[in-house]
Design a binder for this molecule. Structure first.
Ligand code: GDP
Ligand code: MG
Length: 192
């Protein structure tokens, strides 16, 4: 896949605010600070498309980006941010889970996992939830550049051992662009 155009389309803070169903939706999800905004910017080769921030948990909206005028990348709020209030965390989780569970247009969920911490409980729970919803999902191991050679193969093996149902696992670095063409090729099947 070649990304020829990428533009912010709309944000939704509730199910009622989602765009009318139509285009396929490739959904990106992961823990706060996992590198999701950086990955979207790097994939689309647009530095400021999704805001990146070193303050985790700032994005509370479902953000839609229209790609090649034919499908969406959807940026879901990061989960596992410990510093929001309990009530807020519950409603946030509800919106996320309702969207993932019931939205017809979702063709794939891309689960971002920090390469330094494969197999974290929250990520395993998300995989279980996706399997329960019968959603196909792929895994991207973010910030792969932060690992040494030996850590790289160890982390990859650890991820493979707990993600048997994943459509793919891609090692990714938004900083170097490593993994970008592999991920774009993987997404091809899910964009039409
Ligand atoms: N070394 C390295 N750092 C990254 C990479 N991607 C993101 N980061 C850093 O991780 C932090 C969180 O990134 P961000 O994209 O805002 O994460 P988000 O909260 O998941 O959207 C920022 O400080 C980024 O600079 C990467 O591929 N390599
Ligand atoms: Mg972000």
């Amino acid at each position: 896949m070649n990304i020829t155009s990428a533009e912010f389309f709309k944000s939704a803070s509730a199910i009622s605010g989602l765009p009318v169903e139509g285009f396929p939706e490739i959904v990106f999800v992961g823990r706060s600070n996992v590198g999701k905004s950086s990955l979207l910017n790097s994939l689309c080769a647009r530095r400021g498309l999704a805001k990146t921030s070193s303050t985790p948990g700032k994005t509370r909206l479902i953000n839609f980006f229209l790609i090649n005028d034919s499908f969406y990348f959807v940026d879901l709020p990061g989960y596992g941010y410990a510093h929001v209030g309990h009530a807020e965390r519950e409603s946030w989780g509800q919106l996320l889970s309702d969207y993932v569970r019931y939205r017809k247009g979702i063709s794939l969920v891309v689960l971002l996992v920090d390469s330094r911490h494969p197999g974290m409980a929250m990520d395993l729970e998300m995989m279980e939830f996706l399997a329960y919803c019968q959603r196909p999902y792929g895994i991207v191991m973010t910030k792969f550049d932060k690992l040494s050679q030996s850590e790289k193969s160890k982390a990859r093996k650890a991820m493979e051992s707990c993600a048997a149902k994943a459509e793919f696992i891609v090692n990714y670095s938004s900083f170097s662009g490593a993994g970008r063409s592999e991920l774009l090729a993987r997404l091809d099947n899910f964009s039409q």
